[in-house]
Design a protein around this ligand. Structure first.
Ligand code: 5AD
Ligand code: SF4
Length: 421
């Protein structure tokens, strides 16, 4: 989502005649597009701001620094007070102000705009995209789910969907520019609603665009995953990819309830079974949080049990970090840091085992690969991705980026698949 937002910001700046440079030393303006989802993301920004401040003091004294995005929304004035060298702070709905701020002489006074809009969708802007394989397209902004640990509903505001016409127009333009894959984005992508239908109708329309080789989306909420979406996966493969990133967060019903996730592990498991019976090759990946307030050893064991039951292809796993202002932040953080670390490490080991086993099961099987680029380790090899979103390394002979090829998997190591001659 932040990559997409940065592309929107770049488009706004380019419209005003600004150009991208390759390093902060050469920049008139440096914008940091920030994330607040976990404490670590915010810490990284503080470190980066410190580094930029040194560049400003030593080599680039006229450089203007702006902080935009969720952290700007979240920390607002405190960020301005603590960092006097930051010129402006804009929340996720205020990017349209950037050109105005830069061209008016207001850079001498400091600007803060963290007004959240119930309307802003950045419609009519074509993001300044970099690479030529995948185009991110945001179909909705904000979130109304209010999971108790999550800051997003506070930093990105209420959920609103773009019109399907606007999305289709952007998709066609991206395809005309040479992008062959589209990934639809939303905090809660499958609760998409427009006058011409819901998420499954949108997927169906996009899947039929000529020139589009692959269609993906992230992230759906288990509660809003319905039969129609599963049917589109089944009917529109291979354009609609065999991959669903379906955040589970916990395998304990009491923790899921405390998180306000609105489903039980039983419901999630039946959903996975339904998906896999419709599309047996579907890869399912997830997000997990360990150490949510009140998580007992039993809750944690239930979560590992659930991971054994589902056997995810891959997972992003996080230690819970309290986000001030969320409902969970006022709960007592009962799980000590060292216990969180132990739980996380054991979870990662279990997931690594599942990932490897899932990938080893592909050895000897033919898969379709979308070629992306030269392998970083060996110029005689290239890398690409399966429909299931797994990375494959294969010989560079007679293939070029954006080709769809079919190859037999010969080896699997960690998260990577290999197809050797
Ligand atoms: N602590 C830890 N992980 C979090 N996530 C969201 N908020 C928090 C938090 N406070 C994780 C969830 C979500 C992913 C994007 O980040 O797993 O799905
Ligand atoms: Fe956060 Fe929950 Fe919304 Fe995802 S669905 S963005 S975790 S509140």
């Amino acid at each position: 989502m932040n990559v997409y937002d940065s592309e929107i910001i770049a488009a706004l700046l380019q419209e005003k005649g600004l150009e991208e440079v390759t390093s902060p030393e050469k920049a008139d303006v440096v914008l940091l597009n920030t994330c607040s989802v976990r404490e670590l993301a915010e810490q990284k920004i503080h470190t980066r701001l410190g580094q930029l401040r040194i560049i400003q003091e030593t080599t680039n004294p006229t450089m203007i620094m702006g902080v935009v995005g969720c952290m700007a929304q979240n920390l607002k004035k405190s960020l301005l007070q603590k960092k006097p060298y930051i010129t402006f702070i804009l929340g996720p709905d205020s990017y349209r102000n950037i050109p105005k701020i830069l061209t008016s002489n207001r850079t001498s006074s400091r600007v803060i705009d963290t007004h959240l809009s119930s309307m802003e969708l950045y419609d009519g802007l074509f993001p300044a995209r970099h690479e030529g394989i995948n185009a991110w397209i945001s179909i909705s902004r904000g979130c109304d789910k209010f999971c108790t640990y999550c800051i997003v509903p506070y930093t990105r505001g209420r959920e609103r969907s773009r019109s399907s016409e606007s999305i289709l127009q952007e998709a066609k333009r991206a395809i005309d520019k040479g992008f062959v894959e589209i990934t639809l984005l939303g905090q809660n992508v499958n609760s998409y609603r427009s006058s011409s239908g819901g998420f499954s109708e949108l997927l169906l329309q996009l899947a039929q665009l000529s020139g589009l080789k692959r269609l993906r989306y992230t992230s759906p909420h288990p509660q809003d995953m319905n039969d129609d979406v599963i049917a589109v996966h089944k009917d529109y493969y291979p354009v609609v990819c065999d991959h669903i990133h379906l955040p589970l967060q916990s395998g304990s019903n009491s923790i899921l309830k405390a998180m306000n996730r609105t489903y039980t592990w039983e419901h999630y498991l039946s959903l996975v079974e339904k998906i896999r019976s419709a599309v047996p090759t579907m890869s399912i990946t997830t997000d997990m949080i360990v150490g949510f307030p009140g998580e007992t050893e039993k809750d944690y064991e239930d979560t590992l049990d659930m991971m054994e039951k589902v056997r995810f292809d891959a997972a992003f796993m996080f230690k819970y970090s309290p986000r001030p202002g969320t409902k969970a932040a006022i709960l007592v953080d009962t799980v000590p840091e060292d216990v969180k670390s132990v739980r996380l490490n054991r979870m990662i080991r279990l997931q690594n085992k599942h990932t490897l086993e899932k990938n080893q099961a592909l050895i000897g099987k033919k898969v379709e690969i979308l070629v992306e680029k030269e392998s970083t380790k060996n110029p005689y090899e290239m890398m690409g991705r399966t429909s299931t979103n797994k990375i494959v390394i294969f010989p560079a002979l007679k293939v070029k980026p954006k080709d769809l090829i079919t190859r037999t998997i010969t080896d699997a190591q960690g998260v990577t698949l290999f197809s050797k001659p």
